[in-house]
Structure formats: structure tokens, C-alpha cells
Design a protein around this ligand. Sequence first.
Ligand code: DC
Length: 233
Amino acid sequence: MEEIRIITIDGPASSGKTTVARMLAQKLNIPLLESGTLYRLVTYFLVNAEKPFNTYLEDKQALLQFLRKIFKETKIEITPLGTFIYWNGKLIKEELRNKEVENTVSQISAIKEVREFLTEFMRGLAEKSKLIAEGRDMGSVVFPYSDVKIFLTANEKIRAERRFKEKAEKEKIDKEFLYKEVWDNIKFRDRLDSQRKIAPLTIPEGAYIIDTSYLTPEEVMNEILKIIKNRER
Ligand code: DC
């Protein structure tokens, strides 16, 4: 029987990746690497750096030093419940999802040095543990040798509605304005994530594609469990 060590789940924003990956990780009791959280972490520190973040983009040496510093000063926990970042002993979570990070993360994730740094870090994790790795380039670039590759999609409108629902519960602002903001952000991030030169969002070779538009998270998870069972035979 083939042992499954790495399962990758890729797809665009709000394709259902996060929910499904978390359910699957808990069901299988495998640590869940949410790679977007790492890109958000780097973005959060860069936008809050003393110097304007553009200076790091122009000076690659300074950028690398800065990245090393971030990873030294924070604690990153990869568990079946998800990826958690601690800084000065405090969990940072909401900060990684604020508007500033949301609007800058695609730009930061397009930087070669950032991607190389995080790719190396993530491969290091896989040497020590089984992983479910969720993101944009998990099956295509970071873990091309992964045992099971999943690519989730959903149509744009449904993805915008999902993101809107999530945000409407938290943010008390005009609903029409919020919907437009969500829609624009999804279109903007999709464009940047799939058109960037390095590791663009793409369907990895050998991936199973699941359209989640009209499926519940349970149904998607069951599909994936079936695929895993077939691979284990
Ligand atoms: O999955 P998420 O929304 O937390 O990801 C945040 C951003 O990080 C996303 O807009 C693109 C980037 N990202 C990436 O470039 N590569 C990954 N493997 C994961 C995320």
C-alpha cells in the first residue's frame, strides 16, 4: 500500500480551499500548511516595517535579511487545525487579514526572493512531517512530487458571494459597497495571482479538478477522501 505523505490543494481565492483543507486535515489528523498565511505574514511585516516596503523591493539583500528576521522572531505552528503565527507570544490572526494586507499580498507574493524563501521553508517542513499543503502553487512548484494533487475551482460569482457572506458577518458597512469591494478584490487578486511570472496560479500536472460551485464542503471533502483511498490501493 502506498503511503500518502503530502496532499496538495490549490485553487483561487474563495474556491473553498480553506474550509475543505481544514476539514480534511482534522479528519486525517495531518498538519495543515496554509501557505497563504505565510505570504500574509511576510506582507504584514513588510507593510509595517520602519522603512517604506518599496525600499526592500529595491534592495534584495535587505529583503532577505528582513525575511530571516521575521522567521526568527515569529513562531509558526502547523497543526491539523491550521497554520498559526505567534509574535511576542501572541497569536496574530486578524492582523493578517486586514485590508492593507489583503490589498498588498498579491504584489508581495509576486516577488521572486519572497517565493524562493517561502518555498525552501515549506519544503523543510515536509521533510519532518506529513502535510496537507493548501495554496496556489503547492502542487505545481513547491511539492511537484506530492502524492495527491487537488485543484479546486468555483465560478467567480459564487466565490464573491462566499467572501461577501464571510465579511458581512464581521463588517458593519453598507452591503452594496461591501459586495463591490469584495468583487473588485477577487478580480484583482485572480488577475495578479494567475498572471504573475513566477509560480502563477495554475492547474498542476496530474491534479484532480473539483468544481465546488454547487457542492457543500462535506461533499468536496468526500470526493477528496475517495481520491486518496484510490491512491492508497
Ligand atoms: O489563500 P490566501 O487568501 O490566504 O492567500 C493570500 C495570498 O497569498 C494570495 O492572494 C496569493 C498569495 N499566495 C501565493 O501567492 N501562493 C501561495 N501558495 C499561497 C498564497
